[in-house]
Design a protein around this ligand. Structure first.
Ligand code: ASP
Length: 329
């Protein structure tokens, strides 16, 4: 018998229709009914009933704590979660629950579990198969694909193929012959399991547009922001004429506020070495997020600032993969 912990948090999968639209409810018994099979014992922890738009760092900690309490006594963990912010949660849990000894699999659905056309059944069965697989890591199971938690991005509002694995192959899929995992893509954990709940939540994501006023950086600093992620253009471009963001990066870095730069493009790595508009950013202190998703870059900056405020150390943390969130060449 495999012992699987189910943590429920809300989301569409657990929602019911109301006058005010879909609202999350406690549908954990229906979820358990779908997961129950002869070879599995399901333990249930219903820790919150929230639309994931309301899931914030306080809830990330509750999820991490619920995982940590049981991680040593079960074979795998399934977390049901709303799809809207699931990629943020799976990225953050990849940094909070480091080197996990078992599979931790997040899933949800685009249609509620009570809907006759729901995708919840397939997603839950896929998550269960992965949770029983004994492959350790933080994963997201959706539409018969298994994606590393720190590589997942929600790309569709309605379609069932709601998640993609960005800059990294999906590590597994379900076909007519069952679950297939590409073992060469799994993260290689060499260190012992570690719980890291300490994060700095005063981190801001700034998406550049040709009219963004650089003074926003001064406002952020005046308001106590401790770290900034800038979504730059293309391979890595940041304006330095008229609306000069490069000198703002320098100013923030001199004040010990790390500025991480990533690309607005969903696919492929940033490379701030190619153009003058990228090199200048690096020369003035920017930290390159390389091929990380924006979700992972934001969460990793929160995690890094929770460990140290020293910019040199933060730079080191950013160049060292924790859960395969970056590929080092
Ligand atoms: N608004 C919902 C949520 O994120 C969407 C979903 O779960 O698909 O909780």
């Amino acid at each position: 018998m495999k012992k699987i912990l189910l943590i429920t948090t809300g989301g569409t999968i657990s929602s019911l229709p109301s006058e005010n639209g879909l609202i999350p409810a406690d549908c954990s018994e229906s979820i358990v009914r779908i997961l129950n099979d002869k070879e599995t014992t399901i333990l249930l922890k219903n820790i919150m009933v929230l639309d994931s738009s309301n899931i914030q760092p306080e809830e990330w900690k509750m999820i991490a704590e619920a995982i940590n309490e049981t991680i040593q006594s079960v074979d795998g963990i399934i977390v049901t979660h709303g799809t809207d912010t699931m990629a943020y949660t799976t990225s953050m849990i990849s940094f909070m629950i480091q080197n996990p000894p078992i599979p931790i699999v997040f899933t949800g659905s685009q249609l509620p579990i009570i809907h006759p056309l729901t995708d919840a059944v397939a997603n839950l069965k896929c998550a269960l198969e992965m949770a029983k697989s004994a492959y350790p890591g933080v994963f997201l199971a959706f539409d018969r694909k298994i994606i590393l938690g720190c590589r997942a991005v929600k790309v569709r509002t309605e379609g069932f193929t709601a998640f993609e694995s960005i800059n990294f192959h999906s590590i597994g899929k379900i076909t007519a012959t069952g679950l297939h995992i590409n073992e060469s893509l799994l993260p290689h954990y060499t260190k012992p399991f570690k719980l890291c709940l300490n994060i700095e939540t005063n981190v801001f994501l700034l998406k550049l547009t040709p009219t963004t006023n650089p003074n926003i950086v001064d406002l952020l600093i005046e308001n106590g922001i401790r770290g900034i992620v800038i979504e730059a253009y293309g391979a890595g471009g940041i304006s330095f004429i008229r609306r000069d963001f490069v000198s703002k990066i320098k100013q923030a870095t001199e004040k010990q506020i790390p500025v991480v730069v990533c690309s607005q493009c969903l696919y492929e790595s940033s490379n701030f070495q190619i153009y003058e508009v990228g090199k200048k950013a690096l020369q003035n202190g920017a930290i390159d997020a390389l091929d990380m998703t924006t979700e992972s870059a934001v969460c990793k900056l929160m995690y890094a600032l929770g460990q140290t405020k020293d910019i040199k150390e933060i730079r080191k943390i950013f160049s060292t993969p924790i859960a395969s969130e970056i590929q080092t060449k």
